[in-house]
Each structure stands twice: as structure tokens, then as C-alpha cells.
Design a protein around this ligand. Structure first.
Ligand code: PMV
Length: 303
């Protein structure tokens, strides 16, 4: 039995989204985490790529807590099965690997029970498991991954699925630097505590550019969306969550004709995204590889 979940990309609004600013995020459906279910004598979670990875019911781990939470949600005992993870999503890189694996695990267990949960309930359980790594995540990652739809996400507001925008092309490139989101998020928190007025102004600027990005998406105005990506990257640099390798990939993408480029996700490493016309995508991808990207992906984003 097989289950899977997609990776995700934040287009605009990361970090500020933790403070109530909206963010726009899209699924990356071609890059996924998979879980297969195997009969066993006791419950276990293993990872194909990491033969030493073994979690049992005794472990205090968010994936185990998730299995227990699901069991009580469907009124069934945790079954004696091995859940085997295989993931194509680079870890600690801003693509939502943790939330995707959690979602695939949950779907595999639900399939095993031949049970289903409303998406809101599944989303709440995945959010819960995210808090273990991220402290107080905004919820954008789990939402875009569970619904596997482009979303305009604002903390504490109903989820808005974006159904009405023109397709566009992104190149995603990974610096190869694993960067824990939790640290970047707590550094931004320290900056905020030290100078609330300045940071509030930065968040307001990001909020405005997220709404302008939504309008640009809806009218298919890629040049404007590109400029908004560049502006968002500058503001993320001010929040200290970029790094020289991300800045270098952004600069290289722009020099190769991308319409805009920015880091995506927690930053300090991980991934950047470049908006390109479809005919420039392969050239931008090759340039990013040449500039040191260890993993790249070209994606056409559609409603
Ligand atoms: O690095 P990722 O993919 O987990 O993205 C984190 C996004 C942040 O806005 C930095 C944090 C959050 O909880 O939304």
C-alpha cells in the first residue's frame, strides 16, 4: 500500500507570515515523499535511504505522536505495521520535507485502516507534528501540502485556495546548505523584540508586496511578479535570513534573464526560486547549476 505527499514552495511572504502577514505558496507535485506499509510484528517507522532510521511506539517523536493522534481520531489501535519512508524532497531546504513526510505517513495509515479524515482535521494533525521542529510554525507548509493546491495563507484566517491565475514557470535551486528553519525564525524573533517598529515596517512592506503579487498572478503580469520577488528577497536580506550562496544564485538567475528571484522558505541556505519565461527556464537552470546549485527543478505552476 502506497501513499505520498508533495513538496511546497513559498512564492512570497515567508517569515513575515509568522507575524500575521499573508503568504502565497504552491505545491511542487513532481517532488514527493512516499510511504509504503508492510506487515510487521510491531509498529515501526523506517526510512529507505537511512537504514539506521527506526522509530517505535516508545519514541517521543512527532511522527509517532502523529500516528497516535490519528489512531484516536479514527478510533483504532496503532497497527503492527512498518511504515517505510522514501522521499525525493531535499531535507532542511525550505521545501517542506517534514510536513510532506508527516502527511504521507498519515495517508498511509488512513489507507491501511481504510479510513478517511476531513482535510481540515488532517491539516490540524500535521500542524501539530510540525510544532515539534519549528516551535510555532505559521501553518503555511502543512496547508499547501495537505491540500496540494496553491494557497493565499494568512494565519488565523480561512484558507484561500487560488483557482484563478495564469500559469507561470519557476526554476527551483538548492544551495546544498541544510539550514534549520527554527533557528532563522528565532533570529527574526530576536530582531523583532529588539526593534519592533522597524520590523513592523518591514512586515508591512512584505504584506503589501504579497497582495501585489496576488494581483500580478491573477492578471498574468510576470514582469511585475518578478520585480516583487526581487523586492521580497531584499526585505528577507534585511531580516538576515539570506546568505552569500543564496544571494549568488539570485544574482546569477537575474544575470541569465530571470524576471525575478528570491530565497524561498526559512533561508540561510536551502532553496531559491527564479521566475522565468518558459523559453529561458533551461538556460537559467543550467546557469544555477554552474553557480553551485546541487539540485534544481523546473516547474510550471498552474491553478
Ligand atoms: O523552511 P520552510 O520550508 O519550513 O519554510 C518556513 C517558512 C517560515 O515562514 C520561515 C516559517 C513558518 O512557520 O511559516
Amino acid at each position: 500500500m502506497n501513499a505520498s505527499a508533495c513538496a511546497k514552495i513559498i512564492l512570497v511572504g515567508e517569515h513575515a507570515v509568522v507575524y500575521g502577514v499573508p503568504a502565497i505558496a504552491v505545491p511542487l507535485s513532481s517532488v514527493r515523499a512516499y510511504v509504503t506499509v508492510h506487515l510487521a510484528t510491531a509498529f515501526a517507522i523506517t526510512a529507505e535511504a537511512n537504514a539506521g532510521f527506526l522509530l517505535t511506539l516508545q519514541d517521543d517523536h512527532p511522527f509517532v505522536q502523529l500516528a497516535c493522534g490519528l489512531a484516536s481520531a479514527v478510533n483504532a489501535p496503532v497497527p503492527p505495521v512498518e511504515l517505510r519512508i522514501q522521499s525525493d524532497i531535499p531535507v532542511a531546504s525550505g521545501l517542506g520535507s517534514g510536513a510532506a513526510i508527516a502527511t504521507a505517513l498519515a495517508r498511509a495509515l488512513l489507507n491501511h485502516w481504510q479510513a478517511s479524515l476531513p482535510q481540515e482535521a488532517l491539516n490540524a494533525l500535521i500542524y501539530q507534528s510540525e510544532t515539534y521542529y519549528h516551535g510555532t510554525p505559521s501553518g503555511v507548509d502543512n496547508t499547501v501540502i495537505v491540500y496540494e493546491k496553491p494557497v493565499y495563507f494568512r494565519r488565523g484566517h480561512p484558507i484561500r485556495i487560488l483557482t484563478n491565475f495564469r500559469p507561470f514557470t519557476l526554476v527551483v535551486a538548492n544551495t546544498g546548505i541544510a539550514a534549520p528553519t527554527r533557528e532563522a525564525v528565532s533570529d527574526v524573533r530576536r530582531l523583532y523584540e529588539a526593534d519592533r517598529e522597524r520590523l513592523t515596517r518591514t512586515f508591512e512592506q512584505i504584506a503589501a508586496l504579497v497582495d501585489q503579487s496576488l494581483a500580478a498572478l491573477q492578471t498574468g503580469d510576470a514582469p511585475t511578479l518578478g520585480r516583487l520577488f526581487n523586492r521580497n528577497h531584499e526585505l528577507l536580506r534585511e531580516l538576515t535570513v539570506s546568505c552569500p550562496e543564496l544571494d549568488q544564485l539570485v544574482a546569477r538567475a537575474l544575470a541569465t534573464g530571470a524576471l525575478g528571484a528570491k530565497l524561498s522558505g526559512g533561508g540561510r541556505g536551502g532553496n531559491m526560486i527564479a521566475l522565468t519565461s518558459p523559453d529561458r527556464a533551461l538556460a537559467v537552470e543550467a546557469a544555477l547549476r554552474d553557480a553551485g546549485a546541487v539540485w534544481t527543478n523546473v516547474v510550471e505552476v498552474k491553478p
